[in-house]
Write a protein that binds this ligand. Structure first.
Ligand SMILES: Cc1ncc(CO)c(N)n1
Length: 233
């Protein structure tokens, strides 16, 4: 089964995420607000592209189940998670000017680039595999943290986003569909391996994403020109 094989290989990155200082301090309630802000700013860029990649996979896949899942998830993202984020932005007073002035951090840029790359270098199925750690890892984190609860209201709301029954259900559906695609006789052993590799790299990127926010990661400081900002196109 794809999900078991892929998770077994990505395990160290998952464990690293569960125990990352960003997550630990989020639960304890004492995560620096600068780190959470930076996370949100970078994640806004990430989610915007994540949604676009869903649409590209939907257009390029010949599998009816994959197509339906990608269109539906793109819609859910638009009116679910991105809406919640909109509220966070308002509450933390993150204004368009701050968004426009914040360069995309290297890890956010690399993670997004990795997902697009699967469509160019490989196939819609491989790109699909690169999307799965996003929802699945956050759902696993949500499950673990839900019982603990954060004394910080805002951080608790972030946790709640990922600890819901709807989240668990949608991850279940994604896993069933990808396991089906992986086992399909049309999927060659080479493509199966590429799916696993794409999943593992995304898991590594997920792990790096916490460090990116925690350390307020930037491009090399001697660069005179910073890359473009994360502002919406
Ligand atoms: C980087 C990242 N991974 C996963 C999720 C969950 O959707 C998110 N919002 N951001």
């Amino acid at each position: 089964m794809f999900t078991e094989i892929a998770l077994a290989q990505a395990r160290p990155y998952w464990e690293g995420s569960f125990t990352h200082p960003f997550i630990k301090e989020l639960v304890a309630g004492d995560l620096a607000s600068t780190a959470f802000r930076y996370y949100l700013l970078q994640d806004r860029y990430y989610l915007e592209h994540f949604s676009k990649i869903h649409l590209l996979i939907a257009q390029q896949s010949s599998d009816t189940q994959v197509k339906a899942l990608m269109y539906q998830s793109a819609n859910n993202l638009a009116d679910g998670e991105q809406m919640v984020r909109h509220d966070f932005f308002q509450e933390l007073q993150i204004k368009p000017a701050e968004i426009a002035q914040t360069p995309i951090a290297p890890t956010a840029y690399h993670y997004v680039s990795h997902m697009y790359r699967q469509l160019v270098e490989h196939t819609p199925n491989v790109a699909l595999a690169s999307l799965l750690p996003c929802a699945w890892l956050y759902q696993a984190i949500g499950q673990r943290l839900a019982t603990k609860g954060s004394p910080n209201q805002l951080y608790q709301r972030w946790i709640d986003t990922y600890a819901s029954d709807e989240m668990t259900e949608s991850v279940q559906t994604f896993k069933q569909i990808i396991n089906h695609v992986y086992a399909d006789p049309k999927t060659t052993p080479a493509e199966q391996q590429e799916m696993v590799d794409a999943f593992v790299i995304s898991s590594a990127m997920e792990y790096n994403f916490w460090g990116m926010a925690y350390e307020l990661e930037t491009w090399p400081s001697d660069a005179k020109i910073q890359p473009k900002s994360a502002k919406p196109q």
